[in-house]
Write a protein that binds this ligand. Structure first.
Ligand code: FO1
Length: 312
């Protein structure tokens, strides 16, 4: 069994490679819920939905989130009623169906894990799709000069163009990783840290009580893939956040954040010169093509990752 720590788009691509080389039933995706938000009274799980939509082949390929072939009637009606102030977070008509279903089931008393499994099954996914916790955890970012932003305000409304001086995972200390997550992380032959943002996507998962210790105890079978290639993040603010929080937008900067929980870091060929620095941070560096621009490259990276973490 393979457990994969996941954020959004990069993780969905990594999973797309892994399902080509392992039975889907053998893969457990442990997914960040710090990005989750309640919008218009609806409970929205961006990272879970990006993985569900991507693996079922229905994601909007331009954005990497939301559904392909969307219509926007509900957003247009909402804009007429409440203006742009209520519609900066774009929710397509079909995507709204997912949020209506999830919110309705949660209101009936179902856990987020139960509802997530129902949605994954409805979209034909064979892998285990596990929210990191069923408890509320929210990523909040403090701007340089003060003022706090909820994750989606930062990421979407401000297009992550504001400088950040601190990141908090509100609720993480009281939250518990689900039993299914702990079982997956304990039982997996290997754990993969997908090329997601180490600060705001992988960070929340590691902030849950017991997770960091559990992975540290088995770090030789934990393999991470650097989300920073050639000094930048392929998508999103990982490079800026690493620097703003006192680190480096480089494989060494990623290693600094993950060395306690992962024994190996796969870095892209353009970053081969960082091999020594990654090893100085205590991780084995594996150099390979890490940009998953098509399913074949994702499959190849999955093979590299599984080889790097297998015992012996
Ligand atoms: N990202 C955007 O940049 N703009 C949006 O309007 C937007 C809407 C949206 C709706 C549902 C959903 O599941 C994701 C959505 N995202 C949007 C992506 C979201 O901000 C994710 O949190 C990021 O992809 C980072 O994980």
């Amino acid at each position: 069994m393979i457990a994969v720590l996941c954020g959004g788009v990069g993780a969905a691509r990594m999973l797309g490679g892994l399902v080509q080389v392992r039975e889907e039933a053998e893969i457990a995706a442990v997914v960040n819920t710090g990005d989750d938000t309640v919008m218009h009274g609806l409970y929205i799980c961006p990272d879970l939905d990006t993985i569900t939509y991507t693996l079922s082949g229905s994601v909007n390929p331009e954005t990497g989130w939301g559904l392909a072939g969307e219509s926007w009637q509900a957003m247009e009606s909402l804009e007429r009623l409440g203006g742009r102030d209520r519609t900066w977070f774009r929710l397509g008509d079909r995507d709204l169906g997912t949020h209506l279903y999830r919110t309705g089931r949660l209101a009936e008393g179902a856990s987020l894990s139960q509802v997530t499994a129902e949605i994954a099954r409805a979209f034909g996914l064979g892998l285990q799709l596990l929210p990191m916790t069923d408890d509320p955890v929210r990523t909040v970012l403090r701007r340089v000069g003060g003022g706090e932003l909820a994750f989606q305000e930062y990421f979407v409304r401000h297009r992550h163009e504001v400088a950040v001086e601190a990141v908090f995972f509100v609720g993480a200390r009281r939250a518990r990783p689900t039993a299914q997550v702990l079982e997956a992380l304990e039982r997996a032959d290997q754990v993969v840290v997908a090329p997601s943002n180490p600060v705001v996507s992988i960070g929340p998962i590691l902030s849950l009580p017991g997770v960091r210790e559990l992975l540290a105890a088995r770090r030789s079978s934990v393999v991470a893939v650097s989300p920073i290639v050639g000094g930048t993040a392929l998508k999103g603010p990982a490079d800026r956040l690493l620097v703003e929080l006192g680190g480096q937008a480089s494989p060494a900067g990623v290693a600094e954040r993950l060395t306690e929980v992962a024994g190996s870091l796969v870095i892209d060929e353009v970053d081969a010169a960082w091999k020594k620095a990654v090893e100085a941070a205590g991780m084995r560096a594996v150099v390979a093509p890490t940009v998953m621009s098509d399913p074949g490259r994702a499959r190849h990276l999955a093979q590299v990752v599984l080889a790097a973490g297998s015992p012996g």
